[in-house]
Design a protein around this ligand. Sequence first.
Ligand code: TXA
Ligand code: MG
Length: 343
Amino acid sequence: MTQLYHADPDSIRHCADLILEGKLVAFPTETVYGLGANGMDPDAVRSIFAAKDRPADNPLIYHIHSLSQWSGLVTDIPDAAAALAEAFWPGPMTIILPAKPCVPEVGRAGLATVGVRMPDHPVAAAFLAACGVPVAAPSANRSGRPSPTRAEDVMKDMDGRIPAVLDGGPCRIGLESTVLSVEIDRVRILRPGGVTREMLEAVVPHVEVHVSALSPMAAGSSAPSPGMLHRHYAPKARVLLASGSARDQAEKICSAYDACSENCMILGTEENLPIYGKRKVLTWGTRTDPGTLAETLFTLLREADRQGASVLFAETVEPVGLGLAVMNRLLRAAEFRYLGDTV
Ligand code: TXA
Ligand code: MG
């Protein structure tokens, strides 16, 4: 049985004690819920992989509440990394750097590096401070499923598999952190997220976006971020994307929907609702504010499952600003399939 705790000081202390006993606790962050274990305890870290059915080659992010914890995990902090941490921590950004030998190999999936982030959520901060150790935590979903943005999503995937979930309400951002590789003079986005390329470039001169952000990684190619190789964020429904202007997309979706004999649904922006009329639409925020699309994407993918959709026709947006992170997740949920592609 998994215990769901309202996050108050007593339950936070209790959950921190569970962590120190080597157990797993799911906790809220500003991005998505994390599934935490004592990052310095190899057995505890190993149990995360079992609870999620996570492939052992996919490394975990270490969550900290102070900069001194960061120095304890990495061999050296280049100036660019320090400047980015100063600008965006606490916040939705993970920095990958060479790891100290004290970081268990299982947590970094055998790599020489470790990804670290300081979350910007009052419950996460209090929980991490109470733990006093860095907490290794992937998103708290079963591997391959959309990340959980509410405690009830965690319960749905993890009930019976972990002892505790701390409920801190819905996550503000709704998509996972930006994962960055930082070398002396080179900053690369391996996974786009809440801190956008544009925001990063206000702090460091040039930021590259790894090609895997918007295209499939071929199996066997050298993945800078192993997570990008695995099928990801997918609901049970087959997701098909629409291309073109906002209006073109809605028209393509309507024709496909009307020709579809399965249980079809639409992931559609507010702007296009009048075009969809009485068709079954999951309303996906507004094109004028990609934050609303990020915030609701995973919740709506899970809602499509709840309603038993077998096909989900989804609109797409420009991959700029937060739109890059939104398209990164949506393309993977769709396994890169567009309406009209021959199958
Ligand atoms: O917002 C987030 O990042 C959430 C919350 C809970 O903090 N966590 C999260 O963790 O999304 P996870 O495990 O679902 O995704 C971590 C990603 C994976 O794609 C993984 O491959 C990559 O970060 N990653 C972690 N450590 C890495 C490393 N040392 N080198 C390359 N990629 C790494
Ligand atoms: Mg994940």
